[in-house]
Design a protein. Structure first.
Lengths: 203, 212
């Protein structure tokens, strides 16, 4: 089974404001998200109720916690500011080479996507994240963390020519890792400049 | 042992002055400049076996000519296509079955270095070294055509696919008299049946080469 990681850049204040707002227009917008539509196909009756409960700020009953967490992801995706790069990384397959080549080629050691996105800062989220002991897993990085993260990666400059040069040598693993690292560095800078928090999801 | 350690260990023993590259799917790739504008590449398949790793016995030796691959690369970049930029290759299925050895430590590699060395340095590299010029590559391809009435598909064991693209470039670069005739044959076929064109830019390439 492959586990994927993706993220939304959005102010935690906007998310906090949405939860409990009972905003019908927002509910309609969330209802257009792919994750919501997939859930709706599986459960046409329960899914709108779970979304309504989330936007009403009502804690989900145990049986609806997983569905509610997916509604939270759809909410983040609705309110997000698109980052320069949208990533969709496979845990291990993509994240291990990112860590490996960050150290080997850019001198940044010990950078773990899983640790940074899901553990290091999640306790700082101003509201409780919908983590209920299984998938999906939701992580949080506050805007305040990004200037330091961006500075750590400020020396990373990877051009299209650089990526093609690696592909030319058949160093596809490194080329792919460098493409992800470029996305990581540029998105960190984007979040720092825009003052956005980052919510990440893993399932 | 990790794939990367295996890559380094085999590299230190057999290819000390070659570039060592982790291939997709765990393959071990060694690359070295053979001549000005020409690189040699040796690829061993590799993966996990029982508690360790294995080195496969289906080897590929390849030679990449910049003058050919630079042309293709410019089109690949424009079309955002990924493909191996190698001009010729030599595929070898080795009979000595070292692939059944589960490699858990450096010592496990000791008995298989000798047959690996023999295959690479006595068979693959001498074959590649026969082709130091584009003319030699082209002559060998044409010889395969003449002797075995080989079609483009069968030629793909020597010229890397898409064969008709690389043969077209070769014909242009060595100024083969049938360059136009060969190009038009495929161009007309692909014009009528675009889905036969595996990369989708044969006609564009032909036009580019005609103006070169």
């Amino acid at each position: 089974m492959s586990i994927v990681i993706y993220s939304s850049a959005v102010s935690s204040g906007r998310i906090a404001g949405a939860i409990g707002s009972k905003d019908a227009a927002l509910a309609a917008a969330v209802g257009q998200q792919a994750l919501y539509l997939e859930a709706l196909e599986r459960d046409p009756v329960g899914t709108p109720q779970v979304l309504a409960a989330l936007l009403a700020g009502t804690p989900p009953p145990p049986a609806q916690r997983e569905a509610s967490a997916y509604m939270f992801i759809s909410l983040c995706q609705t309110l997000q500011t698109p980052m320069p790069h949208a990533w969709h990384w496979y845990l291990g397959i993509d994240t291990d080479p990112i860590a490996e080549y960050l150290e080997e080629d850019f001198g940044i050691s010990g950078f773990s996507i899983r640790e940074q996105f899901f553990s290091a800062y999640s306790h700082q989220c101003p509201f409780e994240l919908p983590n209920y002991g299984g998938f999906p897993l939701v992580g949080y990085v506050p805007a305040a963390a990004f200037p330091a993260l961006a500075a750590q990666m400020a020396h990373i400059r990877i051009s299209e020519d650089d990526l093609w040069a690696l592909k030319r040598e058949m160093d596809y693993l490194r080329a792919e890792a460098h493409r992800h690292i470029r996305a990581l560095a540029e998105n960190m800078t984007f979040c720092a400049e825009q003052g956005l928090d980052l919510f990440s999801f893993c399932h | 042992m990790t794939q990367k350690e295996l890559l380094q260990l085999v590299g230190q023993e057999l290819f000390p002055d070659w570039k060592k590259i982790s291939g997709l799917g765990g393959g071990l790739i060694y690359r070295k400049k053979a001549l000005e504008g020409v690189d040699d590449i040796i690829i061993f398949p590799s993966g996990t076996l029982r508690d360790g790793l294995y080195v496969g016995t289906s080897l590929v030796g390849a030679r990449s000519f910049d003058v050919v691959e630079n042309i293709l690369e410019s089109f690949f970049r424009k079309k955002n296509l990924n493909d191996l930029l190698i001009t010729i290759k030599y595929i070898l299925d080795v009979k000595n079955d070292w692939s059944s050895v589960s490699i858990e430590s450096a010592e496990d590699l000791t008995p298989i270095y000798a047959p690996m060395r023999e295959v690479v340095f006595d068979q693959i590299l001498p074959f590649l070294e026969r082709f130091n010029t584009l003319e030699a590559v082209y002559e060998h391809a044409m010889e395969m055509h003449r002797i075995r009435d080989t079609d483009e598909f069968a030629l793909s064991r020597f010229i890397h696919s898409p064969v008709e693209y690389r043969l077209l470039i070769l014909k242009r670069l060595i100024v083969a008299p049938d360059f136009i005739e060969y190009g038009e044959r495929f161009a007309e076929a692909y014009k009528d049946n675009p889905h036969w064109d595996s990369k989708g830019f044969y006609i564009e390439l032909f036009e580019y080469l005609k103006k070169m």
